[in-house]
Design a protein around this ligand. Structure first.
Ligand code: FES
Length: 251
């Protein structure tokens, strides 16, 4: 839909579902074929497996291998699914819509100075355009240098479809970014120290984002001014007491 790739499925009961074709793990394409007949949807990247309605069914090596790797203890499958669309069938035609127009409006109105997103699509920029609010898109070093002040900066942390070289797609790309030394990482570390930022599109259960946050907390710890750090907020789709307690202890 628009520039967003979607999957449309019909389950065993004949019910039609539609969801964004982006893995809930790291955002890669789940469906690579134009059509198929399958019992479930499987991401080729790290084998996360989804029901035909997009709910997460299974995670490979969830408990790691011989005590190494695996998902955090508070990992909750129900918190991770393919992003659904609202669909209606009429006379054999299927109509779909993104149900989060309200969410996009709220993001624009919240007026964050900086928004970081790992989504490649232009939905966020479109929301700013629709609501008539100025923004500057940043996906590479040149755009960091040229972005005007006084408008919301939308930082495309995993790149932008308008600039192929900026895309973080392959495992090598992800591993390279783990050094946190790219221009966007340097900018992120500075923003995380000084500004209120909104970060969209990454699972809080993902080890990479946990490592990123850990390093920022470590920087504050070593600075001797830990108590002066701005508070962080996590918006969760569903109530999860275990995860909430875990995040609360980190401020
Ligand atoms: S399982 Fe899909 S990106 Fe990792």
């Amino acid at each position: 839909m628009g520039e967003t790739p979607v999957i449309v499925t019909r389950d065993r009961d004949g019910k039609v579902h539609a969801m964004v074709n982006r893995c809930a793990h790291k955002g890669t394409l789940v469906c690579l074929k134009k059509k198929d007949n399958v019992a479930s949807l499987s991401c080729v990247y790290h084998a996360w497996n989804y029901e035909l309605d997009g709910k997460l069914k299974g995670v490979a090596f969830r408990n790691g291998v011989r005590g190494h790797g695996g998902m955090p203890e508070d990992f909750d499958r129900k918190q991770h699914r393919l992003r659904p669309l609202r669909v209606e069938s009429f006379c054999g035609m299927i109509f779909g819509t993104f149900a989060d127009e309200i969410l996009h409006r709220l993001i624009v109105e919240l007026d964050f100075p900086v928004i970081y997103t790992t989504n490649y699509d232009r939905n966020l920029e479109l929301a700013f355009e629709v609501h008539g609010k100025a923004y500057a898109k940043i996906s590479n070093a040149k755009e960091i240098a040229s972005a005007p002040v006084g408008v919301t900066h939308i930082v495309k942390y995993h790149g932008d479809f308008d600039d192929d070289a900026s895309l973080v797609l392959t495992e090598t790309d992800f591993l390279n970014r783990l050094s946190f030394n790219s221009p966007l990482d340097v900018r992120f570390r500075a923003d995380a120290l000084a500004s209120t930022i909104l970060f969209i599109g990454y699972s809080m259960s993902d080890p990479n984002i946990r490592l990123l946050l850990h390093r920022i907390w470590q920087t504050w710890e070593e600075s001797g001014y830990r108590q002066d750090r701005r508070r962080s907020f996590v918006f969760m789709a569903e109530h999860n007491p275990v995860q909430e307690t875990s995040w609360r202890t980190r401020g």
